[in-house]
Design a protein around this ligand. Structure first.
Ligand code: SAM
Ligand code: SF4
Length: 443
């Protein structure tokens, strides 16, 4: 490689987005310059997702585009979940790829880069046998106000549909000291909004003698001077304890929003999914949130068409949506994944039926969101300003409950409000966002 330029494209979840920030930092520290297109890069990196088949296909589609002349002279790296899942098979499917590495091997990236630069044709990092986390001082963050912090990597659960335990390895928690150091440095650098990340943040266990659990870590991060908002994702219902709600009640810096994926409203399906909780146990956690002093927004993930899901099971999910009245949800059609227990299950649900069910879920949820959002008309919400929509003449904001609230402000006099916290009166509500008017001076 001569001029050491790289291009990176990221697929999938926030964990991947944040991993890419760390990979970019590591590459820049190793002398590479980031460029905006694959065409102009020497090194092309795809950070991949394999949670569903569609996501997995995207990387092969991208690689196909560079199979012939267009890819000449370039080095291709496939990292992340598809890399871990497919391993050396990627070299067979796409012979122009030179580096294949899963997230559990990212600490070895600098070594792998040296091997590539020395002309190695194929380099792999595929071991899952690790106790290390990818803890790097070189994270490159582009958003100057909001930052992700990984607190735990990997997953020790074995949900029957999920590929993550095979692609991200065993659970490894960072020490509370290293998380607190990173959060404090971020606050000192002007970040006010941090998001604690992990596949299952509630099973966080401080490996150092301090021995903090997740609720303690959450509370302490929220007490760092300068930090005004702390979010966390994702929580697993089995490990979700009441202390987390108590911490949110007691500490205004903790956002009043919990994402608690339920997957199904039927205990029979939950058991087949190996989710380790029943509908009743899940509902107990919802009750804690509904009984909290703060108005906590609740969001979730739903899978429709898991093998053996009957019409009655599906109705139980619809009934749960009505009962909880989620503020928002992500819905997915079940997608069979390699190595998972559900692959061998009978009674597959047809694609057509999955489509019918997901449309019903989305329609029902849309009506719930219209109802929930209209209840906020007339209230004053504090938003963190994320940017401006010039075409509409509106500022784009986000509430502590994670709702998008776009607003106008007559007195902002051309000054930029981005990154500021502003009180806004809600005047209109749609299914996916709110509209309002700024009411007082900037906080
Ligand atoms: N660790 C988190 C949890 O336990 O909920 C999230 C894991 S995953 C990145 C995010 C969501 O993808 C899951 O909550 C689930 O709804 C969905 N998902 C995972 N595997 C899936 C599959 N095989 N088919 C369809 N959706 C799936
Ligand atoms: Fe996948 Fe279940 Fe682990 Fe979440 S808890 S990452 S759904 S195996």
């Amino acid at each position: 490689m001569t001029d050491k330029t790289f291009y990176i494209e990221t697929f999938g979840c926030q964990m991947n987005a944040h991993d890419s920030e760390k990979v970019i930092g590591t590459l820049v520290h190793s002398g590479y310059t980031q460029v905006e297109s694959a065409e102009s890069a020497e090194l092309v990196v795809y950070n991949t997702c394999s949670i569903r088949d569609k996501a997995e296909q995207k990387v092969f589609h991208r690689l196909d585009q560079f199979k012939r002349a267009a890819g000449k002279g370039k080095v291709f790296a496939v990292i992340g979940c598809v890399a871990q899942q497919e391993g050396e098979r990627i070299f067979e499917k796409a012979p122009h790829v030179s580096l294949v590495a899963g997230s559990a091997s990212y600490t070895k990236l600098p070594e792998m880069l040296v091997q590539l630069e020395a002309g190695a044709r194929r380099v792999t990092g595929l071991s899952l046998d690790t106790e290390e986390t990818f803890d790097t001082p070189f994270t490159r963050r582009d958003n100057p106000h909001r930052a992700y912090i990984t607190i735990i990597e990997g997953c020790d659960k074995s949900c029957a549909y999920c590929v993550v335990p095979f692609t991200r390895g065993p659970e490894r928690s960072r020490t509370s000291e290293s998380v607190m150091r990173e959060a404090t440095e971020l606050a000192q650098a002007g970040y006010t909004d941090v998001q604690l990340l992990g596949q299952n943040v509630n099973s966080y266990r401080d490996p150092s003698p301090a021995g903090w659990d997740f609720a303690t870590l959450l509370d302490r991060v929220g007490r760092i001077p300068g930090i005004r908002r702390v979010r966390f994702t994702t929580s697993h219902p089995r490990d979700f304890v009441k202390e987390i709600i108590d911490a949110i009640d007691d500490n205004p810096a903790l956002c009043n929003h919990v994402h608690l994926p339920v997957q199904s409203g039927s205990s029979r399906v939950l058991s087949r999914m190996q989710r380790l909780y029943t509908r009743d146990e899940y509902m107990r956690r919802i009750e804690w949130m509904k009984n909290a002093r703060r108005n906590i927004a609740i969001t979730t993930d739903i899978i429709v068409g898991f093998p053996g899901e009957t019409e009655q099971d599906f109705q139980a999910t619809l009934d749960l949506l009505e009962q909880v009245e989620y503020d928002s949800l992500f819905s997915f059609k079940y997608s069979p994944r390699p190595n998972t227990a559900a692959l061998a299950m009978e009674d597959k649900v047809s694609e057509e039926e999955k489509t019918r069910r997901i449309m019903i879920v989305n329609e029902k949820q849309r009506a719930i969101q219209i109802r929930r959002n209209s209840e906020l008309i007339g209230t004053i919400e504090e938003v963190m300003v994320e940017g401006r929509n010039e075409a509409l003449g509106q500022w784009i904001g986000r509430t502590s409950q994670n709702r998008t609230l776009n607003f106008t402000r007559l007195d902002s006099d051309g000054e930029s409000l981005t990154g500021k916290y502003v009180p806004v009166r809600v005047t209109r509500a749609g299914p996916n966002s709110l509209v309002g008017e700024g009411v007082m001076s900037v906080v």
